[in-house]
Design a protein around this ligand. Structure first.
Ligand SMILES: [Cu+2]
Length: 406
């Protein structure tokens, strides 16, 4: 019954279509009877059926039902759609999927003290899951995650460290998963050694050879399909000696979600393969859902703020900008080896890449983070850093009205 409440919009749509179609056929039949000719009737019925098959069914059906059976992919992996068997499994198992209250990873969730084993190893445990959660009020998605949030956990190490990774695929999952760390040197960035079927666990170790800020993501089957369900996160490899201390660190990852229903449509939203191939996401968000970063990032005047910003993609490059601030240092594309760029307004975050930015906050107020390709803000790509403290009128003096002032 719960499934019906999630799907009622589709049911109404299909029901409406069905009624219209049946009555169109009846109407044509009634008109034909006026001819009193079996031959004409038979010919026109055949034409009606032929036109229906050739034109109406592929074009007039809601795209949800037009399952892309004929889809071709020229990629090295699987097609970017879900096997029909898995779609049916999804609906049969719908009530067994865990419901996650808030899919968004807390942007403050950056580990500060790494615990090393006696052998100098860092242990990382990841669980891949498939869950139901809200993208926006009333709009629900089937998310695939690392550890039940988007992005997955922030992993932090230092160059020369060895990571002992345990990856478990939750038994309730319908798909195998794995993990490709862009920080890993070797086949698939780890993906080749971490494929886990539902209920399975795999262990591997890898050495962090290169400092930098890196994306990790699921790369099983069609990797983009898994990533646009939410399977990505960041791994930081600090350079020798570590990064200089700052007052605040935040963890933000942009991502795209391709849904059958238009932006804002309520109910369960199914994955739209065509929109994915076209690169036209309905939702472009920071940390997995709309409004994820509205009221959870704060700093005080005088603080140095560091933001680790990733882009799970899979189609768009982010133009990351903080309204009312200038980045003092930008570690472009996550490069922690070269000297940073200084005094930048907007920086690019490639799909499957990251950037580290630092700035000191000098004046209190609300600072809005955006992808400055601004139509994406309407699709969800924004957040707020609230800065509190003394206002210095030599820096900014004016009556602050609505909007982004407060
Ligand atoms: Cu996956």
């Amino acid at each position: 019954m719960e499934l019906i409440t999630y799907l009622w919009q589709y049911i109404v749509e299909v029901f409406g279509l069905f009624i219209a179609y049946v009555f169109a056929a009846i109407l044509i039949f009634l008109i034909l009877r006026q001819f009193h000719s079996r031959k004409i009737t038979a010919a026109l019925v055949v034409i009606f059926i032929g036109v229906s098959i050739a034109f109406y069914i592929p074009n007039g059906m809601p795209t949800t039902l037009a399952y892309p059976l004929s889809l071709k992919s020229f990629g090295p992996g699987e097609r970017p759609d879900l096997p029909l068997k898995n779609v049916l499994n999804f609906f049969t198992n719908f009530n067994n999927f865990e419901r996650i209250e808030n899919i968004a990873r807390d942007p403050n969730d950056v580990p500060q003290n790494i615990v090393y084993g006696e052998d100098g190893m860092i242990e990382v445990n990841l669980t891949t899951t498939e869950v139901i959660a809200e993208m926006a009020d009333g709009t629900t998605l089937n998310y695939w995650t690392f550890d039940n949030t988007v992005p997955g956990p922030f992993i932090r190490g230092r160059v020369g460290d060895t990571v002992l990774l345990n990856i478990t695929n939750d038994p309730s999952s319908l798909h195998p998963h794995n993990v490709d760390f862009h920080a890993v040197t070797g086949p698939g960035g780890g993906a080749a050694a971490t494929i886990v079927a539902p209920g399975e666990t795999k262990t591997m170790t890898f050495k962090l050879l290169n400092p930098g800020l890196y994306i990790y993501h699921c790369a099983f089957g069609n990797p983009g399909l898994h990533m646009t369900h939410g399977m990505y996160g960041l791994i930081l490899v600090e350079p020798e000696g570590g990064l200089p201390p700052v007052d605040k660190e935040f963890y933000i990852v942009q991502g795209e979600f391709y849904t059958e229903g238009a932006m804002g449509r309520e109910g369960l939203q199914l994955f739209d393969t065509q929109a994915y191939l076209d690169g036209k996401p309905e939702y472009i968000v920071f940390n997995g859902k709309t409004g994820a970063l509205m009221d959870n990032m704060t700093a005080n005047v005088g603080d140095t703020v560091r933001m680790y910003v990733g882009n799970g993609g899979v189609n768009l490059i982010s133009s990351f900008h903080v309204i009312g601030e200038i980045f003092d240092r930008v570690y472009r594309e996550g490069d922690l080896v070269s000297p940073p760029a200084e005094g930048l307004q907007t920086t690019l975050v490639p799909a499957g890449g990251a950037v580290m930015v630092e700035f000191t906050v000098e004046y209190p107020g609300k600072y809005v983070l955006v992808d400055h390709a601004l139509a994406r803000v309407d699709r969800g790509a924004w957040g707020v850093l609230l800065v509190e403290g003394e206002a210095d009128p030599t820096i900014y003096d004016g009556e602050i009205q609505g909007g982004d002032g407060h």
